[in-house]
Design a protein around this ligand. Sequence first.
Ligand SMILES: Cc1ncc(COP(=O)(O)O)c(C=O)c1O
Length: 504
Amino acid sequence: MVEGLPASGVPAAQVLAEVRRLRAADRPTHGGQLFAYVYDPAVPGLDELAHSAYALSAQVNGLDPTAFPSLLAMENALVGAAASVLGGGPGSSAPEVVGSVTGGGTESLMLAVKTARDACADVEAPRLVVPATAHAAFAKAAHYLGVVLDLVPVSPETLRPDPADIAAAIGPSTVLVACSAPSYAHGVVDPVAAIAEVAAAAGVRCHVDACFGGWTLPYLRRLGVAVPPFDFSVPGVTSISVDLHKYAYTPKGVSVLLHRDAGLRREQYFASAEWPGYTMVNPVISSTRSGGPIAAAFATLRHIGDTGYLELARTTLAAVRGLAEEVAGIDGLRLLAEPEATVVCFRSADPALDLFVLVDELTVRGWHTQPQMAYGNLPSSVHLTVTAAVAPRVADFGADLRAAVAAARAAGPVRLPAELLALAGALTPEQLTPELVAGMAAGLGVGGAAGAGGDPVAAEDGSGSSAPLPERTAMINTLLDAAPVRLRERLLVEFLSLLQRPSY
Ligand SMILES: Cc1ncc(COP(=O)(O)O)c(C=O)c1O
């Protein structure tokens, strides 16, 4: 008898019912009420199409494109579309652009860093220069690849780095400079042209992380938005990443990493004939990869098409402007930046209005927003990733935001016990034992049934699928906000480790 497996097979309908029961605890992926993690175009029939295409290719293995030419053809089509959206391809100033499909933005960034690092094999201690607002995936890439990360501060007013500071940060060991178009946290486009220029002047590659907005910025520009140059039209930009599973609205697991030419891509590949099996040759980190996400992305791009994406951008732009207006009209809230892409990000401008309490008040009204901790010279904020599905909900959100602000004011700011705050400020990550974290988690009501082991589907009453976080998280967020970044990281690692327990 194997624990964790049913003794005999469970009928298909029952298994699906179990999955549905588990899914009921999740945040809503559709309907425009979740302002992070999901990208919903609200196009009728699109899910069904993508899922059918996914199913057709789910068993196909991207390990060997000669065995499965369908996958190669679909990958090349995705890369071609991404290249032309981003200023490359026939008739452009970057006709030789090549690329690969990866499993996501983080993988694309890791490969961009690896490629640049390996192209500078003579540099002993390679370094990567990015603005402090660059996505944390660069920190992960640096960590995994043994590259030192040089963070360049941004102005608290513009949320952009000064290109002169980027230039000053570049040294003889810098293998890559990267910037964002736009940044995830605030939706701000870095001064790409000036950054690429200082990188090129130093003979260093420049990667543009357009994972988040690379698919929307060109369409927003076509709608008249003043989008600064950020793509291959900018000399000095050597590679660009764009996630199709974000604003190309494909199912999860698809990003594209583009290089200006094949020579710049060479070090991305890995090959090994150093074993008795097949010679391994991989363009990306995974070896075996399912054809499902690629086929689903292929179907999605073809079904939506150029005019479809333009219309989705138009709808999203209206939603962004509407939400920004709602926020700007509320006393005590302030936009952190004028939206120039598809993020609305705001902060509290009144000490009596606690953002983390506001986030909870929105949650109880059915709106799931993303709180962001204070970092360096930047205040805590609330992030809204806006997609086309939000457009019909703007007025509802505005009304609930006003009500939530009133409720948050009435409740007042979170007051953590002074000892706990002092502990958060003074504790070092090394002092944080699993027992201490477990005690804190229990005290804060964190780590519900999903983290407690047991049979995940046994409970008919749904308790087996209860969320691991309480509905109100302001206390937790206040504690994390008070903790220095290393402690913040460690607390969340320990918390995740508490949740990741086998269930039997
Ligand atoms: C700008 C940017 N870069 C990279 C990433 C990482 O992408 P993923 O979560 O697909 O690995 C994100 C994700 O939000 C992003 O917004």
